[in-house]
Design a protein around this ligand. Sequence first.
Ligand SMILES: *[C@@H]1O[C@H](CO)[C@@H](O)[C@H](O)[C@H]1NC(C)=O
Ligand SMILES: *[C@@H]1O[C@H](CO)[C@@H](O)[C@H](O)[C@H]1NC(C)=O
Ligand SMILES: *[C@@H]1O[C@H](CO)[C@@H](O)[C@H](O)[C@H]1NC(C)=O
Length: 501
Amino acid sequence: MRMWFKIIIFAYGFLVESGYADELDTCSLAAKGSPHFPANFSFGVATAAFQIEGGWNEDGKGPSVWDDFVHDHPQLIDDRTNGDVAVDSYHRFDQDLAALKELKVNFYRFSISWARIFPTGDVSSKNQKGIDYYNEIIDKLIANGIQPMVTMFHYDLPAEVQKNGGFLNSKIINQFASYAKELYKLFGDRVKTWVTLNQPLLYCRSSYGYGFYPPQYLNAGVDDYICMENSLKAHAVAYHTYRTQFYKKQRGKIGMAILSKFFYSKTNEQDAIELGLQFALGFQAHPLFAKSGGYPEVVASNIAKNSLKEGFNKTRLPMFDEKWRKLIKGSADFLGLNYYTSAFITRAKDKSKVLKPSWENDRDCDESVDPNWKIAKSPWLLCVPQGLEGLLKYIRDEYNNVEVIILENGWSDEENVEDNGRISFIKSHLQAILNAINDGCNVTGYTYWSLIDAFEWVRGFTTRFGLFSVDLSSENKKRSPRKSAGFYRNVIETKMIPDKI
Ligand SMILES: *[C@@H]1O[C@H](CO)[C@@H](O)[C@H](O)[C@H]1NC(C)=O
Ligand SMILES: *[C@@H]1O[C@H](CO)[C@@H](O)[C@H](O)[C@H]1NC(C)=O
Ligand SMILES: *[C@@H]1O[C@H](CO)[C@@H](O)[C@H](O)[C@H]1NC(C)=O
């Protein structure tokens, strides 16, 4: 008896200390204020072209860097799957549409494969069949009361564009803007929400700094920063092209998708929290939304300081001149936020193991996680809903309460249909958004990643994020609703979070 008593006291103390005394499920969040989403709040789901379409070389489509990568390096994909067929959405959009209708979503975020409509990347190489495919998607969505939200670039750069250096060549700026301009011409009469680039810091670091993604360059702390410079410039030119040439008639809005965690400190190191936020959110959002524009001061100064220490004769971070700083500043109508997880952060202790130069070394911090946080199938994905609330409040205070649309948020598991873990994740993150809205944050939409199971890049199909599972072995790649699909539909119908699931 005594022993049990001690264990209970110990466990209770532990829970109190970690802040979860009355909340045994760490993937949950208490409500603050009204349980209702504003009437104009919209709900959607997302996918991306390479991850679902397949039809990789059909009807005149050109190859993308990801087609080449999965063909040249099948061993780098966990289950050796690829995007050749993926879940065959190129032939099965009607099945996706049925799933969207079942969810009753307000909008569908999907991406356009640049090389499907411009096989070489150049707008002179028009492929009508690719254009027809996206026209059909857009028209069918609208006919069913679902707003199309289009991502212009979600990693699948045309292989021909990569041959010229991709995002390392400043030619990408006008190439991307010309592509964007064609998209406005082709689809802008019906598409009213555009997302230029998906998570530039992630693809720049993965593609050019670490080689996890094509073109597998390994020049951390240098080429990833050049990629960021060209990405932000390309975004800004695409934005201004719309505002000056199309906005008057088309009246849409344009943003960029920014991935960030929120950060906590066990030892109250405010400087570490600030470094964490500025090297993630700030690296991408500060140039667009901060009053001063340009990169955050701590990002610029840390990189400059390290560069000189490492023997470079100037900073490795390409700094925007006055013209570009002004052009990029304000070049977005909303902040697109991709939020998955958060971390604890401290100033770096042992710097000997960190690659130099690199973004990690420039940030000069170490991350860790709370062992109580619930973990998804993806080892990097821990359920930290309070982090989303924290990040939204930080954005409110830092960027003048700019409109925020959550463009991605999702949970991975196995092929199971009884996905209670996903329901807890969605429920707690919607609660975080509602709490933030009740505290004055300007959040207008939520997008769950993903509608259906998708090819998750180098993880292949080993991690599943879909509200609908896809039976890859079935001939028609059958989509079946998981339990979470019913939960999400209920939220969308009632515009509130149900007590019980
Ligand atoms: C949405 O509704 C809220 C009130 O519920 C209002 O404050 C806000 O301005 C509206 N936003 C838009 C984009 O209409
Ligand atoms: C700085 O270094 C680069 C190459 O690293 C070189 O091309 C350039 O001439 C150098 N500039 C100065 C002022 O030394
Ligand atoms: C929310 O964002 C929109 C668009 O940027 C802006 O017009 C509106 O004033 C913002 N609302 C608040 C409460 O700041």
